[in-house]
Design a protein around this ligand. Structure first.
Ligand code: NAP
Length: 494
C-alpha cells in the first residue's frame, strides 16, 4: 500500500480546492445557506477534511426553484446555436483544466488520478456531444390521409428540471444531465451528492465562464437531501426530474414525481452479470473483467457484480483474474502508481466485508484478497471469490467494491436464468467467440446495455440506461436530449 500522495507543487490539491466556491449558487450568485450552516467534505484516503460546504435547506431550495422558474421562458427562447456554443466553450474549459479537476475528484472521491483524468474527459464529452445535438433538434410534418390537414410536430424544452446525482462519478453524472438540459433549453436546480460536492461546484464556475446566463443553473448542496429535493418536486414549477443513484431513492422520487405528474428519468442501480462461455478467449475475458469489475474500485452501477463462468474454464479464469488482481497497487489515488483507491466511506467498507464473509460462510473460496487494508482510509483488497453459491447475499446486492465472485455454470440456459434472476437490468457482459451464441444470449439477457467481448459500455455517443428496476429513459447518444424535450402537435387545415 502506498501511504501518502506527492503532488507537483503547481498542482497541489489543497490549493486548487481553496479556489472553489463553497456556497450555494442561486440566480447567478454565490451565497451561504440561509441558516449559515455548512458540512464537511472529507478525503476518503486520509479522512482529512478538505472543505466546508454550504448546507442548504428548504428555504434555499425555494429560492433556487423560483430562480429556475423565472429564467425558463427567456432561456427556452434562446437560439440553439447560442446554447450550443456555451456547451462547446465549457467542453474546452473542462479539458483545459483536466488535471485540476482530476485532483479534485481524486481528493473527494478517492479514485486514482488516471481514472479521474478519464472521468474528466468522459464528462467533458457530454458537453461536446450535446453542443452538437443542440442545433439538430428536429420535428415532423405530415398531411392527414384525407388530405385536409397538415400535422406539424415541434419540440420544446420540457421546463425547469430537478437534477440529483451520486458520488461515484462526481463530474460525469452531472454533465450527462446538465449537457442535454442546456442543449434543450431547460433551466436547472441541481443537488450533487453530499460526499462529493466540490467537483460540481468547480463545474459551476466553468459554465459561468462559458457564458451560461444567471438563473439557468442553480446548485444547492446539502447534508439533508430530502429537505431540498422534496420541496423542488412539490413546487409545481419543476416539470422534470432526472436522478442517478440507488433504486430505493429512485422509487421515492418517482412517488414524489407522481404528485405533479413530472417527466422522470431514472438511472438506478445495477447487478451486472459477466458471462464467460466455454469458447471465450479467456485472456480477453480476464482483460474485460478487470475493466468491468475494477473501474472506479468496483463503485460503479456498471460494475460486473456476478461472474458466471462455464465450469470447464471457471478455475482457470478465477486463477488468471486473481493473478491480475494481486498485481494491483492499493493506496491513496493521488499517489503515483496506485491502481485502486479507497472506498467512499467506512459504511461502504463494512458492507463489502459483510458480503464477502457471507459468501465465504456459504462455501466460497477466497482466491485472493478478502479483507480490508490498514491505514486511515477505507481501503479494501482486490478480491476474487471462487465457487460462489448463487444464494449468497452478494448475488443480489450491489457489491460496490473490488470483489469478483465467480459462479460456475453448465449450460447456456442456466447462465441466462442466473443472469436474469435479479430485479435489476442495467448492463451485462458476454464473452464468446461464437456469433450465433452472442446474438442468442444477447437477446435473452434482460439488460439495457450489453458489452460483447468488452468490459466497457459507457460512452457519451451511446444511449446509457437500464430496464427493470435499473431505471427509466436513456442518457447520452441521440436519445439523450429527448429526455429534456416535449412534443407539440399543431393541427393546421389546408
Ligand atoms: P443514493 O444514496 O441513492 O444517492 C444518490 C443521490 O440521491 C445523492 O445526491 C443523494 O444525496 C440523493 N438522495 C438521497 N436520499 C434522497 C432523498 N430522500 N431525496 C432526494 N435525494 C436523495 O446513491 P449513491 O449511494 O450516492 O450512489 C450509488 C448508487 O447510484 C448505486 O445504486 C449505483 O448503482 C447508482 N448509480 C447508477 C448509475 C446509472 O447510470 N444507472 C450511475 C451511477 C450510480 P446525499 O448524497 O446527500 O445522500
Amino acid at each position: 500500500m502506498t501511504p501518502t500522495a506527492t503532488l507537483p507543487v503547481a498542482l497541489d490539491a489543497a490549493t486548487i480546492i481553496a479556489t472553489i466556491n463553497t456556497g450555494l449558487f442561486i440566480d447567478g450568485a454565490w451565497r451561504p445557506a440561509l441558516s449559515g450552516a455548512t458540512f464537511a467534505v472529507e478525503n476518503p484516503a486520509t479522512s482529512v477534511v478538505l472543505a466546508h460546504v454550504a448546507d442548504g435547506g428548504p428555504a434555499d431550495a425555494d429560492l433556487a426553484i423560483q430562480a429556475a422558474g423565472r429564467a425558463q421562458k427567456a432561456w427556452g427562447k434562446t437560439s440553439p446555436r447560442s446554447r450550443s456554443e456555451i456547451l462547446r466553450r465549457a467542453y474546452d474549459l473542462l479539458m483545459s483544466r483536466q488535471e485540476e479537476l482530476a485532483l479534485v475528484i481524486t481528493s473527494e472521491m478517492g479514485k486514482p488520478l488516471a481514472d479521474a483524468r478519464g472521468e474528466v474527459a468522459y464528462a467533458a464529452e457530454f458537453f461536446r456531444w450535446f453542443s452538437e445535438e443542440a442545433v439538430r433538434v428536429g420535428g415532423d410534418h405530415t398531411i392527414t390521409g384525407d388530405g385536409k390537414h397538415r400535422i406539424l410536430v415541434t419540440r420544446e424544452p420540457v421546463g425547469p428540471c430537478v437534477l440529483v446525482t451520486p458520488w461515484n462519478f462526481p463530474l460525469a453524472m452531472g454533465t450527462r444531465k446538465i449537457g442535454p438540459a442546456i442543449a434543450a433549453g431547460c433551466t436547472i436546480v441541481f443537488k450533487p451528492a453530499e460526499l462529493t460536492p466540490l467537483t460540481s461546484l468547480a463545474l459551476v464556475d466553468i459554465l459561468v465562464e462559458a457564458g451560461l446566463p444567471a438563473g439557468v443553473l442553480n446548485v444547492v448542496t446539502t447534508s439533508k437531501a430530502g429537505s431540498v429535493v422534496e420541496p423542488w418536486m412539490d413546487s409545481g414549477i419543476a416539470r422534470k426530474v432526472s436522478f442517478t443513484g440507488s433504486t430505493a431513492v429512485g422509487k421515492l422520487l418517482l412517488e414524489q414525481a407522481s404528485r405533479n405528474v413530472m417527466r422522470s428519468s431514472m438511472e438506478l442501480g445495477g447487478n451486472a452479470p459477466f458471462i464467460v462461455c466455454a469458447d471465450a478467449d479467456l485472456d480477453r475475458a480476464v482483460d474485460g473483467a478487470m475493466v468491468a469489475k475494477m473501474r472506479n474500485m468496483g463503485e460503479a452501477c456498471t460494475a460486473a457484480n456476478r461472474m458466471f463462468v462455464h465450469r470447464s474454464v471457471a478455475t482457470e479464469f478465477a486463477a488468471k483474474l486473481a493473478q491480475r488482481m494481486s498485481e494491483l497497487s492499493v493506496g491513496d489515488g493521488a499517489a503515483d502508481g496506485v491502481n485502486v483507491g479507497p472506498l467512499i466511506e467506512e459504511k461502504a467498507l463494512l458492507k463489502v466485508q459483510g458480503l464477502v464473509d457471507d459468501a465465504v460462510a456459504r462455501g466460497a473460496s477466497v482466491v485472493v484478497g478478502g479483507s480490508r487494508e490498514g491505514g486511515a482510509g477505507y481501503f479494501y483488497q482486490p478480491t476474487v471469490l471462487g465457487n460462489v453459491s448463487p444464494d449468497s447475499l452478494l448475488m443480489n446486492t450491489e457489491i460496490f467494491g473490488p470483489v469478483a465472485p465467480v459462479v460456475p455454470f453448465d449450460t447456456e440456459d442456466e447462465a441466462v436464468e442466473l443472469a436474469n434472476n435479479t430485479p435489476w437490468g442495467l448492463v451485462g457482459y458476454l464473452y464468446t467467440q461464437d456469433i450465433n451464441r452472442a446474438f442468442r444470449l444477447g437477446e435473452d439477457l434482460e439488460v439495457g446495455m450489453l458489452g460483447l467481448n468488452t468490459g466497457m459500455v459507457s460512452n457519451p455517443f451511446a444511449p446509457f440506461g437500464g430496464v427493470k428496476q435499473s431505471g427509466l429513459g436513456r442518457e447520452g447518444g441521440k436519445l439523450g436530449i429527448d429526455e429534456y424535450l416535449e412534443y407539440k402537435y399543431l393541427a393546421i387545415p389546408r
